[in-house]
Design a binder for this molecule. Structure first.
Ligand SMILES: [Zn+2]
Length: 59
């Protein structure tokens, strides 16, 4: 099942949406996006939060 993450979901003023086939792949893509677009290195806390957001949105 494809998963999607939006920076806006965690309060970042960014309209980008990242999609991937698995939460693990999504985290990797989001980490790359955060680093290149926002200059932010994702730490484990942010990753865990992002994954929680993704899973909670799966219903
Ligand atoms: Zn972003």
């Amino acid at each position: 099942m494809p998963v999607e993450f939006r920076c806006a979901d965690v309060g970042v003023a960014c309209r980008a949406a990242t999609t991937a086939d698995t939460p693990e792949e999504l985290v990797a893509k989001v980490a790359e996006h955060a680093k290149t677009k926002h200059g932010v290195e994702l730490n484990q806390t942010l990753i865990d939060y992002a994954v929680t957001e993704v899973r909670s949105s799966e219903g």
